[in-house]
Design a protein around this ligand. Structure first.
Ligand code: CS2
Ligand code: MG
Length: 402
């Protein structure tokens, strides 16, 4: 079998998605997600100019060799754009290999380790009461795990509180929206949110929270201590993590489980966090961390140190990424949880798929490959619209982390 070509499909059914389609001389094709929220066109150019020409003529079944070729051959290794492009190729080649074998992808990884993949949904509200009502809705839908994000008194906006309750889309068309942030106001507010949620719902439902990179290590340690009595499933992205060592300080002060990694693009971003057991869940995703081939390596390292997977799964990771992730989740021995921000109906129509939700779990289908396709005719109806993620400033105007 030989690769005869590759095409990048950019579509915007409510938000931008970038999809790589790799075609072979035997008529089998594979697709991979290449979406990097707010920087989509950088990956499009990388694929079209620097990757696809090198793929033509290669044997698509040599997945590892292709990965090594694109990683080592780049010379300028790692980084979100490079690793997103490699991820798209890797996912497409795994899709082809599984289709050629007539098997669902998880069978090529090592078979089922579980029936369903436990997922968490996103409840958010302008205040504690509204957030609690949203958590109730997710529990009623059958979710066993819910992330809770609430507006903060005194702040006009905050991460995770959306205009739309079911579909959270942070990116805006036009230039970046500027939000104002106050860690002091946030830290005063969040313990009351989880006090209310545990008081109303008890401890049956797993509760999660995403700080979204906004605290210092000592602030994160304080929040972790304040939340210990509420037994969170995890506290996510408590601080930015270029300095992996800074998590030692948080770890010294709190037993609240920590999750990190959606912005990571290689094992090197999390090697210290994992090997020193500074985190409990690694959030790396198929689309942003070099594809299934590299994600398996991260999970294998994590398994040695009692760290479990918790793949990122926001709306800006396409159904192609989610479909591939679910095959990974169905196989991986040290599975933790899968994020499941639902896609809109328009997006699901562009990306027909075989996975389905039931009783708090997502289930992959048995279709050969990763089970997700792209309807290019429908995709063409939604032209690309440049969009940016917001930026954050402190109340005194200082540039901060969004
Ligand atoms: O945990 C999450 O899902 C968030 O951190 C994401 O919504 C993140 O903000 C977006 O994926 C950024 O594009
Ligand atoms: Mg997050």
């Amino acid at each position: 079998m030989k690769i005869i070509g590759g095409r990048v499909v950019v579509t915007c059914p409510g938000r931008n998605f970038v999809t790589l389609k790799v075609e072979t001389d035997e008529g089998i094709y594979g697709i991979g997600d290449a979406t990097l929220n707010g920087r989509e066109q950088a990956v499009v150019a990388y694929l079209q100019e620097h990757v696809i020409p090198c793929l033509v003529g290669r044997d698509p079944q040599q997945i590892e060799d292709a990965w090594q070729y694109l990683y080592r051959g780049a010379y300028w290794r790692r980084g979100p754009v490079t690793m997103c492009a490699i991820a798209a190729v890797d996912t497409a080649l795994w899709d082809i290999k599984a289709k050629a074998a007539g098997l669902p992808l998880y069978q090529l990884l090592g078979g089922r380790s579980r029936d369903g993949v436990m997922v968490y949904g996103h409840a958010n509200g302008g205040d504690i009461e509204e957030t609690a009502d949203e958590v109730a809705k997710y529990i009623a839908l059958g979710y066993r795990a819910v992330r809770a994000q609430s507006g903060v008194p005194g702040l006009a906006s905050t991460y995770g509180v959306a205009r739309d309750k079911m579909f959270y889309e942070p990116a805006d068309t036009g230039l970046p929206t500027e939000n104002i942030w106050s860690s002091e106001k946030y830290l005063r507010h969040i313990p009351a949110l989880f006090d209310k949620l545990r008081d109303r719902f008890g401890f049956e439902c797993h509760l999660l929270h995403d700080v979204h990179h906004r605290l210092t290590p000592i602030e994160a340690a304080r929040l972790g201590k304040d939340l210990e009595t509420y037994r969170l499933f995890w506290l996510e992205d408590a601080v930015t993590c270029e300095n992996q060592e800074s998590f030692r300080l948080i770890r010294r002060h709190t037993t609240t489980p920590l999750a990190v990694g959606e912005v990571f693009n290689s094992i090197h971003d999390c090697r210290q966090l994992i090997s020193e057991q500074l985190i409990d869940y690694i959030r790396t995703s198929v689309v942003h961390a070099g594809g299934i081939t590299h994600l398996r390596r991260i999970a294998a390292l994590a398994e040695l140190f009692h760290v479990r997977t918790g793949c990122h799964g926001a709306t800006d990771l396409s159904p192609v990424c989610l479909g591939a992730a679910l095959h990974f989740d169905t196989w991986v021995p040290n599975f933790g949880i899968q994020e499941y921000m639902r896609h809109t109906e328009a997006t699901d129509e562009v990306f027909p798929h075989s996975y389905h939700f039931a009783d708090g779990y997502l289930y992959v289908g048995e279709a050969p490959g990763h089970g997700v396709d792209i309807d290019e005719t429908l995709a063409a109806r939604y032209p690309y619209r440049r969009a940016f993620l917001p930026v954050n400033r402190l109340e005194d105007g200082t540039m901060f982390n969004w």
